[in-house]
Design a protein around this ligand. Structure first.
Ligand SMILES: C[S@@+](CC[C@H](N)C(=O)[O-])C[C@H]1O[C@@H](n2cnc3c(N)ncnc32)[C@H](O)[C@@H]1O
Length: 320
């Protein structure tokens, strides 16, 4: 634990290189080459993701922020006298800024993110804006075991915006909700942003923008593997691919090999045929009813849900 400012402590639970090398080699050795989307977020990946959130095509951030701004009074009422707020995948912490002004009883805020520098940088900014709140910035992988440094007594609420839950497989969503429920006491809450099902054109534009920022975000994974794992990917020989898989109800992002080629990561060699892909991200879309059913099955009562007029995005308040 390190003290960064009077009201901020940092906890570093993530051992990047070892975890990353093993998981990536395992993923690239599978019959369908796959890399977990969490590896898209090095510092550059986090910067590129921030640029994505500002794109005209990327409706989720804009729509979710609009819901937070327009429904803030109802959200504050539902959340009640929260003392501890835990945020999964806090990134720039922009969304929480809009809420913290209203959560008057809040004593501690625990942002968790895998992107270290980005997390500590945004937590420092928050610490200056909210000197009365204790901030405990946790660098870690929320899909693994994590012991959170929680201190305050009283109501806890988990915040998980951005539809990051969509990156999990449905079975993983259930495990994650059940694991989260164990962190909470009866009456505690879970405030979560979930992207809804919609037409394919809107979805595919959101993940393949005209300026090529999402492509750069996806391709940055290759640059990261070259830098951090000593791999020899040629970024020019792969292309960004994003499409809606209707049957699975998810956007898929891939990196497509443009020719037959062999890539090395240390001693490990991986052969790619022309057109073969590395599956780098899923983004599942859920109807409101579908998500509420899953939450109910995992120990949460759906208390409230807010959407925009077109139901492009949903924000759920669940109670344990
Ligand atoms: C889709 S972005 C959302 C960022 C922000 N919460 C928002 O709503 O705009 C996902 C965030 O989760 C973080 N992240 C992804 N997988 C993670 C994991 N397994 N453990 C911790 N953080 C993770 C990324 O670094 C990134 O900041």
């Amino acid at each position: 634990m390190r003290l960064l400012e009077n009201n901020i402590q940092s906890y570093d639970f993530y051992i990047e290189k070892e975890n990353m090398r093993d998981e990536i080699i395992k993923g690239l050795s599978a019959p369908v080459k796959t890399i977990y989307s969490k590896f898209l977020y090095d510092h550059r990946g986090s910067e590129l993701f921030e640029l994505i959130t500002e794109l005209e095509e990327y409706y989720p951030t804009r729509t979710e922020m609009k819901i937070f701004n327009e429904k803030i009074q109802e959200i504050t009422l539902a959340v009640g006298d929260v003392h501890t707020l835990i945020e999964y995948g806090s990134g720039s912490s922009n969304k929480i800024k809009a809420l913290l002004h209203n959560f008057a009883s809040l004593k501690e805020y625990v942002p968790i993110d895998i992107s270290r520098e980005y997390l500590f940088q945004s937590s420092l900014e928050l610490a200056m804006l909210f000197p009365h709140i204790k901030i405990k910035a946790v660098c870690g992988d929320y899909t693994g075991p994590l012991t959170l440094p929680l201190e305050a007594e009283g109501k806890k609420v988990i915040f998980f915006p951005g539809s990051t839950i969509g990156n999990f497989e449905p079975v993983e969503v259930r495990n994650f909700l059940m694991k989260s429920a164990k962190l909470l006491d009866d009456g505690d809450g879970f405030l979560i942003g979930v992207d809804t099902k919609k037409d394919t054109v809107t979805l595919e534009r959101a993940y393949d923008d005209a300026k090529g920022i999402t492509a750069a975000f996806n391709l940055n994974l290759l640059t990261r593997m070259n830098r951090e794992l000593g791999a020899n990917f040629n970024e020019d020989q792969f292309e960004h691919l994003a499409y809606y898989n209707e049957q699975q109800g998810r956007i898929e992002m891939h990196l497509e090999s443009q020719r037959n080629q062999t890539v090395k990561i240390g001693e490990n060699e991986f052969f790619f045929q022309e057109g073969e892909t590395i599956h780098t991200e899923n983004s599942y879309k859920y109807s409101i009813g579908q998500f509420q059913t899953m939450a109910l099955e995992c120990g949460f009562k759906p208390r409230k849900v807010w959407t925009d007029a077109e139901e492009k995005f949903s924000v759920h308040y669940l109670e344990k």
